[in-house]
Design a protein. Structure first.
Length: 215
């Protein structure tokens, strides 16, 4: 099946940002007297927005979060957005080819300012233009389907001709709620949250970005 609109998640789908996020969370924990957490463990906490990530990190560290924990994390992470974060191998080339066949859009729970800085810094903004919905905008965060449905309407595309490409249960739930197709990236660091029992026969799975060309 071919789709008229392909909507991408950001972290764990287009970019490998796990190390920068984990180091930022650990810098915050260590400043509060806690031991750092393994990068893989922090990666599994990503997907529901920064506030949830911070709460999960402090809960995992076994200490109470200070009242300004979220604000401090945001400041720390903004200084590290592009230290190690890179597109997954082949992503720019895949996006360039897909853009010749379909409309592309981005749906992320990351704040818009950080999203734009990363897209600009990695030369990915050119693929999406204004078709970007972030976590601190008009629409509720994923898994609420409002942002995804807005992107479909803005592109003049039916939900049935839209596919969401993500790497986590959050993305799967978003697509289900919007009645769009879902393609899950098994290479993403959020895929561990996906339950095989939830997946249906029509759900797409890819093991490498190049496989997205089948969309």
């Amino acid at each position: 099946m071919s789709f008229s609109l392909i909507v991408f998640d950001l972290d764990g789908t287009l970019i490998d940002s796990r190390r920068d996020i984990a180091e930022s969370a650990n810098a915050l924990l260590e400043s509060c007297g806690a031991a750092p957490l393994p990068e893989e463990r922090v990666g599994r906490m990503v997907g529901d927005g920064a506030a949830v990530l911070v709460a999960r990190a402090f809960n995992a560290a076994g200490i109470e979060a200070p009242p300004d924990a979220l604000e401090r994390f945001v400041v720390i992470y903004r200084e590290r957005l592009l230290r190690h974060t890179r597109p997954y191998p082949g992503i720019p080339e895949v996006l360039a080819r897909l853009a010749q066949r379909a409309e592309l859009a981005l749906l992320t729970n990351k704040p818009l300012a950080a999203t734009k800085e990363i897209l600009d810094g990695l030369d990915l903004a050119r693929f999406f233009g204004p078709a970007v919905v972030a976590g601190d905008g008009t629409f509720p965060r994923k898994p609420d389907p409002s942002g995804l449905l807005h992107l479909s309407r803005a592109a003049g595309v039916l939900a049935s001709a839209t596919v969401l490409v993500g790497d986590s249960t959050i993305d799967w739930r978003t697509a289900r709620a919007a009645s769009t197709a879902i393609c899950l990236a098994r290479y993403g660091f959020g895929f561990e949250s996906v339950s095989a029992a939830d997946l249906g026969p029509a759900d797409w799975l890819v093991d490498a970005p190049a496989e997205l060309l089948s969309l």
